[in-house]
Design a protein around this ligand. Structure first.
Ligand code: NAD
Ligand code: DAU
Length: 377
């Protein structure tokens, strides 16, 4: 029996990781630790909450003595650390919360793991602290292209049909950190602490840096779910700046699959980049989303294009992110399972079919789900 602590499991990506591990590994005990901030929603895990190998604990990773208690109580062997403040726009308004959760919270977990594991007869043997990070720590890439070729140009590195790139450079595992937003600065800092715990104390760690995720259960402050919901309700779509910024999009279930592979087969102290070789300009992805929502709602395709509203740009808005995930593909055999076209169709369908989930968030009702489900257990 392995006792795996997954932090941030009530959030977007965390809920997919929890679901995958609970269903795939009945011999593991999965402990989902989440503070249930505005971004945490236990309704994301309704389908697995009664499984016998699953436990939910409401706690704050910054609460060091609670972390010590939980490590002892559950005999934690492995940590998959996703809990974080994750929205760039919020970090611009409130950087302190990001430093507190992302830096101090990660440090609190690391120290609890260290003190607990070092006191065991087997110490760090069979233990792992897996830290989930982001491509944003590498900074921003420029929109450049090979001589004579207008961007976007086709790459050969991809398993997706899209194959487009908006520049010649990609983020590699060796790319120097150069974060720009308070969010990415806090994630970069937490990555450094994780590696420092390996280098100083010998803690077995692994770090992964992933590109933009999309799919079911994403909080509707992020581009894709926000826009799907706005199109449905014919509300304006606030496009920052000119909509020219480029992001590399990966279906969230493929990120969870990568986490599974790396948790089990990744080399200690290594970094792996995770991405889809699937770059899109914001404005282009927005048009795909509009057309898909319109078609699935039985509206005329493109009917809602006039909802596009250009607004003031995000401060310090990074121009392009592009992940090279070939190390992960070559060394551990992972690759994205979905073509982007298939992934976006599935995603739009999911949000349209789960309007109740969305309405509970927009009304604020989702925050009482914990009280009704867990308080009296
Ligand atoms: P999210 O905002 O949807 O979920 C974060 C979860 O962490 C929530 O359930 C929240 O309640 C919980 N949490 C926040 N503060 C906490 C605290 N102090 N103690 C305990 N729990 C706390 O985030 P997400 O998009 O699922 O991202 C998860 C992780 O993956 C983050 O570390 C993020 O940096 C990273 N990441 C996200 C993306 C992406 O595209 N969303 C891409 C790469 C990496
Ligand atoms: O690259 C990985 C990162 O991806 C993760 O580390 C972050 O946690 C995650 O939130 C995401 O960050 P972004 O800032 O790229 O995601 P967001 O959905 O906020 O924005 C995507 C792009 O769309 C970005 O260029 C800003 C733009 N945008 C976003 C919103 C919410 C708009 O134009 N309008 C909007 O209303």
């Amino acid at each position: 029996m392995k006792n795996i602590l997954i932090t941030g499991g009530a959030g977007f990506i965390g809920s997919h990781v929890v679901r995958l591990f609970v269903n795939k590994y009945p011999d593991y005990h999965i402990i989902n630790l989440d503070k249930l901030t505005y971004a945490g929603n236990l309704a994301n895990l309704k389908d697995i909450e009664d499984k016998s190998n699953y436990t939910f604990v409401k706690a704050d990773i910054c609460d060091f003595s609670r972390m010590m208690e939980l490590f002892k109580q559950y005999h934690i062997d492995g940590v998959i650390h996703l809990a974080a403040e994750s929205h760039v726009d919020r970090s611009i308004k409130d950087p302190f919360t990001f430093a507190q959760t992302n830096v101090m919270g990660t440090l609190s977990l690391l120290q609890a793991a260290k003190l607990t594991w070092e006191a065991l007869p087997e110490a760090y043997e069979g233990k792992l602290f897996y830290h989930i990070s982001t491509d944003e720590v590498y900074g921003a890439l420029e929109l450049t292209h090979p001589e004579g070729v207008e961007p976007p140009f086709t790459t050969t590195a991809s398993s997706s049909e899209h194959h487009l790139a908006y520049g010649e450079k990609f983020f590699l595992e060796t790319t120097k950190y150069n974060p720009h937003s308070p969010y990415s600065a806090s994630k970069a800092s937490s990555d450094h602490f994780v590696r420092a715990f390996h280098d100083t104390y010998g803690m077995p760690v692994v770090v992964t840096n992933c590109s933009n995720n999309y799919g079911p259960y994403q909080f509707p402050e992020k581009l894709i779910p926000l826009f799907i919901n706005n199109i449905r309700h014919r509300k304006p779509l606030p496009v920052y700046g000119k909509g020219e910024n480029v992001r590399d999009w990966l279906y969230v279930v493929d990120h969870a699959r990568a986490i599974d592979v790396i948790f089990h087969k990744g080399k200690i102290a290594e970094t792996y980049n995770i991405g889809g070789f699937n770059e899109w300009k914001n404005i282009d992805i927005i048009k795909v989303v509009i057309n898909t929502v319109d078609r699935l709602l039985g509206r005329q395709e493109g009917e809602d294009l006039d909802l596009i509203t250009y607004v003031t740009d995000r401060q310090g808005h990074d121009m392009r992110y592009a992940i090279d995930s070939s190390k992960l593909q070559k060394e551990l055999g992972w690759e994205p399972s979905l073509q982007f076209e298939e992934g976006i169709e599935k995603t739009v369908k999911w949000y349209l079919e789960n309007q109740e989930w969305m309405d509970h968030i927009t009304s604020g009702d989702y925050q009482s789900y914990y009280d009704s489900m867990y308080k009296n257990r």
